[in-house]
Write a protein that binds this ligand. Structure first.
Ligand SMILES: Nc1nc2c(ncn2[C@@H]2O[C@H](COP(=O)(O)OP(=O)(O)OP(=O)(O)O)[C@@H](O)[C@H]2O)c(=O)[nH]1
Ligand SMILES: [Mg+2]
Length: 453
């Protein structure tokens, strides 16, 4: 059931001047309402999935348009839907939308089309979320993961496991009805087998999040080093943008400055940080704390040395510190334009990459080196990868609840406690697919969508 019967409208293409603009309507009266402002054909008599040329306007013609019809339930929202392709002028788009607003159509909220599709049973919640991921995919891997998820991904499997668990929960609850009598409808061995099977599936999904998280959020790559090493200059060179302030004053950067960039088909989240040094400046020392924190969480550290102002001993000391973190790192010698040839020669034995961030020398080589540190598995059609933090958290919670059921059975816990933990597991699984929802959860999910989707 749709949450409302009203008809909604939104521009589905980006605002601004473009060749075409697509305005989308959905709701019981979408076709009838379009007919009222359309001249060319009687739209209500046309079959679904057909396109019609005509003029649109209210007495005067606003534009010549193509109207695509989708009749319920064969549309994205499962409601009557219309897509109006007009010329991509903001004035035309505004005037056309106004025509409909005057007739009682309402502007769609973010994600409202997808929300209706979800409520009308086109797909479950995990699939609805994948629609947003698909739109925002920045790499081919992210696109494929989202598409797989949108096409069903783990949804069906989770639904099936959930039904089997429900079966056991109801059997155990039935036992409780018999009170004192010693009956066992739910065979404990079968339940144990089922739980182990579910856990093994959940574990594989949970493990896939390592990769899924990288796909969705990029590989956290921290640029670190002493003040003035040229970290901010390097961030700007990597991004090809004046993102961070560069100055000759040591201690310029105090906060973490980050941005994402696709290199070799992989998304990296580059972070420029405050230079590492002991300082009495309160703000700077907070910045240094943040640097250390980000370094610990990084997948790769780009450690920068100023080739002009650093001795071999200093390099050795800094590297020893760096090594202790146990995070993969690259040693980068910056300011090669000003450095002495002898010093560079000396460092060649130390597995250094030499660059000039200011002159953008060897930045391409550095990018290649960065990419070569990661072997990203290509996601293929049908591969299930959990990319969504919410799904991941619920999968972990489900697993914990099931673990409690297993432990409970080992310890001979009574049926009522087993049933409670099974219900918990069912709750967490149900939230993934949206069998169980709350207004907050839905508002949170759909509020992040674009308007018009
Ligand atoms: N000659 C030369 N100078 C550079 C190079 N890279 C950066 N610099 C200069 O070094 C100084 C410090 O650069 P930043 O990028 O601000 O250094 P930082 O590591 O971010 O410094 P903090 O934010 O203070 O930790 C600036 O004057 C830059 O212009 C380079 O490749 N060659
Ligand atoms: Mg800086």
């Amino acid at each position: 059931m749709s949450p409302t019967d009203d008809t909604i409208i939104a521009l589905a293409t980006p605002p601004g001047v473009s060749a075409l603009g697509i305005i989308r309507l959905s709701g019981k009266n979408a076709i009838e309402l379009t007919q009222a402002v359309f001249k060319g054909k009687n739209l209500e008599q046309q079959p679904s999935h057909t396109v019609h040329l005509g003029t649109i306007g209210d007495g005067r013609a606003i534009d010549e348009v193509m109207v695509s019809l989708f009749k319920e339930p064969n549309s994205f929202t499962k409601e009557n839907s219309v897509e109006i392709s007009c010329h991509g002028s903001p004035v035309i788009i505004k005037e056309i939308i106004k025509l409909f607003l005057k007739r009682g159509v309402r502007l769609a909220e973010p994600g409202e089309f997808t929300k209706r599709a979800f409520f009308n049973g086109r797909f479950d919640l995990a699939q609805a979320e994948a629609v947003a991921d698909l739109i925002h995919a920045e790499t081919d891997n992210a696109r494929q993961a989202a598409l797989n998820q949108m096409r069903g991904g783990f949804s069906k499997e989770i639904q099936k496991l959930r039904e089997e668990l429900i079966h056991f929960a109801s059997l155990i609850e039935l036992e409780l009805d018999f009170g004192e009598e010693d009956v066992e409808f739910a065979k404990r061995d079968d339940l144990k087998k089922l739980i182990i099977q579910i856990q093994s599936y959940l574990t594989s999904l949970i493990q896939s999040f390592d990769q899924g998280n990288v796909i969705k959020n990029g590989i956290p790559t921290v640029i670190a080093g002493k003040p003035n090493a040229g970290k901010s200059t390097l961030l700007n060179a990597l991004l090809n943008e004046e993102k961070a302030i560069v100055s000759e004053i040591p201690g310029t950067t105090r906060d973490v400055i980050e941005d994402e960039m696709i290199v070799g088909g992989i998304a990296f989240r580059f972070m420029d940080t405050a230079g590492l040094r002991e300082t009495t400046d309160v703000v700077e020392s907070i910045g240094v704390e943040r640097t250390r924190d980000r370094m610990k969480k990084a997948s790769l550290i780009l450690y920068l040395f100023d080739l002009v102002n650093t001795t071999l001993e200093e390099i050795r000391t800094e590297e020893a510190e760096l090594k202790k973190l146990g995070i993969p790192y690259l040693k980068i010698g910056n300011k090669m334009d000003k450095a002495s040839v002898a010093f560079i020669d000396l460092l060649k034995k130390e597995d250094f990459l030499f660059i000039s961030a200011a002159a953008k020398t060897n930045i391409q080589a550095l990018k290649e080196k960065i990419v070569s540190q990661f072997q990203i598995k290509e996601i293929k059609q049908g591969d299930v990868v959990v990319t969504n933090l919410r799904h991941y958290q619920n999968l972990v919670q489900t697993n914990l609840s099931l673990e409690r059921v297993l432990v409970g059975m080992e310890q001979g816990t009574t049926g009522d406690f087993l049933a409670m933990d099974i219900r918990q597991a069912l709750h967490f699984l149900g939230e993934i697919t949206g069998t169980i929802t709350s207004d907050d959860l839905l508002a949170n999910i759909f509020g992040k969508f674009c308007i018009g989707k």
